[in-house]
Every structure is written in C-alpha cells, then in structure tokens.
Design a protein around this ligand. Structure first.
Ligand SMILES: O=P(O)(O)OP(=O)(O)OP(=O)(O)OC[C@H]1O[C@@H](n2cnc3c(O)ncnc32)[C@H](O)[C@@H]1O
Ligand SMILES: [Mg+2]
Length: 203
C-alpha cells in the first residue's frame, strides 16, 4: 500500500482524503502527522496558486511527492466571495461557525432565485525534480437560510447540494465523497496515482 502525503492541517479534509484514497489502495498522511512543519502562507490569488504553494513547500521539505488541496466556497450574489479567503472569512482564527454566520448575514436579503454557489477544489501535485501540476473540481449548489445537518466541516451546513437535493452536512461521509468538489478533482488524478506511487511502495 503506497503512502500519500497531503499537505493539509484541516482535519475535515484529512478525513475525507483518507476515505477517498482507501478504495484506491493508498494510505494517507497529512501535516497533522508532521506537527513540526510550519503553516505555509497562502499568498496566491487563485485556488491553484495556493495549492501549488502548499504542495511545493512541503515536497521540498520532505523530498517526497506531495499533494495539496486549496478549496473554498464561491457565492454568485457575493461576487465570488468568500472564495480563496473561505477559511478566514470572519477572522484569522478560522472559525467555521463564525464564517457561516457572516455568509448567512450577508445573504439575508438575497432572494431564493439568486442564491447559487459552488465549492471549488484545486489539487496540486508536487513531484521532486518535476513540474508541479493541478486539477480542479467543483460542486454546484445554493446557500440555505439556516444551518442544516451535522456531517462534514466548514460551510457544509449552509450549502444545499444540487446533485443530492440535501444540505451538504446532511450527507453521510460516504455520499459526500462521491459528489464533492474534492471527489471531482481527485477523479481527474486517479489514473496518474497508480503510476506516481508505484515506486513508493511501503511494506
Ligand atoms: O490550508 P489547509 O491546511 O489545507 O487548511 P484550510 O482549512 O486553511 O484550507 P483552505 O486554505 O483550502 O481553505 C478551505 C476552506 O474552505 C472551506 N471548505 C473547503 N472545502 C470544504 C468542504 O468540503 N465543505 C465545507 N467547507 C469547505 C472551509 O471553510 C475551509 O476552511
Ligand atoms: Mg489554508
């Protein structure tokens, strides 16, 4: 079973990656397993740019293939916000509840017909000595008027997932892992994974 390193400190993402990589025969390690690695500053202007920054920084430190995820919620009525600032929308402390409250507040007067939004996920693959590349996945939906459900993380309770007809936080982890922006991005990497990690088998 190959071991894949994902450059994230987000426990919600970490769990989702573990679940998605398991059937592909890969074990996941994240930065939660490497507490000595400092936060990488997300100074990029796009999801791709930030994913590349995170993947390359950690790949250089560990001299290993590293995948990073930069993701977020883009709301049409808010001109794409919170976008790349999703994690810190309400302040530096990355508080999911406060972030959702801020969005609900800003969306209070937006009519039902204009509440479209989508989650984005950019995955960057940094390979020592090779050019880093990215894939992108999205998941379409609408912003609810109140929080619903308790699964998932981040903005899941206020996001109505069009594909499933439910709040993202009402989906069992297994269901979210089939239709999420993260799953849609990962699907584009699947073919590469077998080749990428064939030389990295661990006992
Ligand atoms: O940078 P890392 O260490 O990976 O962790 P982070 O939480 O800072 O991650 P991002 O910079 O990519 O910001 C992503 C934010 O977007 C939101 N988000 C991303 N994917 C989500 C999902 O599947 N469900 C709900 N919210 C999500 C959530 O608020 C995340 O904190
Ligand atoms: Mg981040």
């Amino acid at each position: 079973m190959a071991e894949i390193i994902i450059a994230t400190k987000n426990a919600g993402k970490a769990k989702e990656f573990e679940r998605m990589f398991k059937p592909l025969g890969h074990k996941v390690k994240t930065l939660l397993d490497f507490p000595e690695i400092a936060d990488v500053e997300e100074t990029g202007t796009t999801f791709e740019g930030n994913a590349i920054l995170k993947a390359e920084a950690v790949s250089q430190l560990l001299d290993r293939i590293v995948i990073a995820d930069d993701s977020g919620l883009a709301i049409d009525a808010l001109e794409g916000r919170p976008g790349i600032y999703s994690a810190r929308y309400s302040g530096a402390e990355k508080n999911d509840e406060a972030n959702m409250d801020k969005v609900l507040n800003e969306m209070q007067d937006v009519p039902d017909a204009k509440r479209q939004a989508r989650f984005h996920c950019a995955l960057a693959v940094a390979i020592p000595g090779e050019q880093t590349y990215t894939v992108h996945g999205i998941c379409e939906g609408e912003i609810l008027r109140e929080k619903q459900g308790s699964y998932g993380f981040g903005y899941d309770p206020i996001f109505f997932c069009t594909a499933k007809g439910k709040a993202m936080a009402e989906l069992e982890p297994e269901e979210k892992s089939q239709i999420s922006h993260r799953a849609n991005a990962l699907r584009k990497l699947e073919e590469d994974l077998a080749t990428l990690f064939s030389g990295e088998e661990r006992p």
